[in-house]
Write a protein that binds this ligand. Structure first.
Ligand SMILES: [Fe+2]
Ligand SMILES: [Fe+2]
Length: 308
């Protein structure tokens, strides 16, 4: 095994319970910004699919880890991602569902990619020989390391962007996003450490990034379109990845400070390809922990655990 290194996480990771009250959250949770609201609400549909897949692959990788501290990180990562996934599932059901937005058909289509399709253990139902199954696992762990760079950079943006607060955006939605982003910053090193520990190569990071950026933008836009089409405010005019309208609306919301801009996103993505890239140099753990200390969702979760 080409075990180059172990854990580089600056702190011990702490899985947390959370609780969010979805009653009275408006569909356009950023006032007068329906597109930006739906753009971010898409996360409630898409994140759990990826996060449950992360948990499954990390559980498969855990017996291969030869570093005690990294094994602890991987365990804590699995527990944090499982809570993220369940919390966003709750938002899909109790928030989007309560507004009459159907989410399951989109979730089913994307889930297929991870459970039976190209990213599954047996792509398109074809079992892999043992030697290839191990390489396929490490390749997909590299995809996760690459995604976790995105969740850390976008997470830092979401933690810091005050524009939503200035216009009176809904506090419950902001809290689930910021609590989640704070944990993404907190555990930003784990996936990359695991990929490197199991022998993942630098060159393959380019392959992951070149696959990830177009795939992510396409599927993400499809999810936004799925919500927009069901919102009567858009009068049935959904805008998908092949429509100029989608990119124009994203650009406009980005200029207004309601979404990260496309140029910013691409620039942040490419930093992952630096030969000396280290996730510990991204984000700010103290900032993440400070947010968690004041999160209503984290407080409500801790109180609910205390009541049990
Ligand atoms: Fe997550
Ligand atoms: Fe994560």
């Amino acid at each position: 095994m080409n075990a180059l290194t172990g854990s580089t996480s600056p702190t011990h990771l702490a899985p947390r319970k959370v609780q969010f009250d979805w009653s009275d959250v408006p569909l356009h949770w950023i006032p007068d910004q329906p597109f930006a609201s739906h753009f971010l609400s898409q996360l409630h549909m898409m994140l759990p699919i990826g996060e449950f897949w992360f948990c499954k692959l990390f559980n498969q990788a855990l017996p291969l880890v030869r570093d005690e501290r990294l094994a602890e990180d991987v365990n804590a990562f699995i527990r944090q991602e499982a809570v993220h996934a369940r919390s966003h599932q709750g938002a899909s059901k109790h928030y989007l569902g309560a507004h009459g937005i159907e989410t399951q058909s989109f979730i089913d289509r994307v889930t297929w990619l991870f459970q039976e399709g190209p990213l599954s253990d047996e792509p398109f139902g074809r079992p892999l020989p043992k030697w290839l199954a191990r390489r396929w696992l490490i390749f997909r762990l590299g995809i996760i390391a690459n995604i976790e760079h995105t969740t850390c950079t976008v997470g830092t943006y979401i933690l810091r962007n005050q524009r939503w607060d200035e216009v009176g955006a809904d506090e419950t939605v902001l809290d689930i996003l910021r609590w989640h982003c704070a944990e993404e910053v907190e555990h930003r090193c784990v996936a990359f450490d695991l990929y490197r520990h199991l022998g993942g190569h630098y060159a393959t990071r380019w392959v992951h990034k070149l696959i990830w950026i177009p795939w992510f933008l396409y599927v993400y836009a499809r999810g936004v379109e799925h919500i927009v089409r069901q919102d009567p405010a858009f009068k049935g005019r959904g805008a998908g990845p092949f429509s100029l309208s989608f990119w124009r609306q994203w650009r406009r919301a980005g200029k207004g400070g309601f979404l990260p801009g496309i140029g910013w996103f691409l620039k942040e993505e490419l930093r992952y390809l630096k030969p000396r890239y280290e996730p510990v140099d991204e984000g700010d753990t103290a900032e993440a922990l400070a947010y968690m200390a004041r999160s209503q969702g984290v407080r409500a979760g801790a109180m609910a655990v205390g009541r049990w």
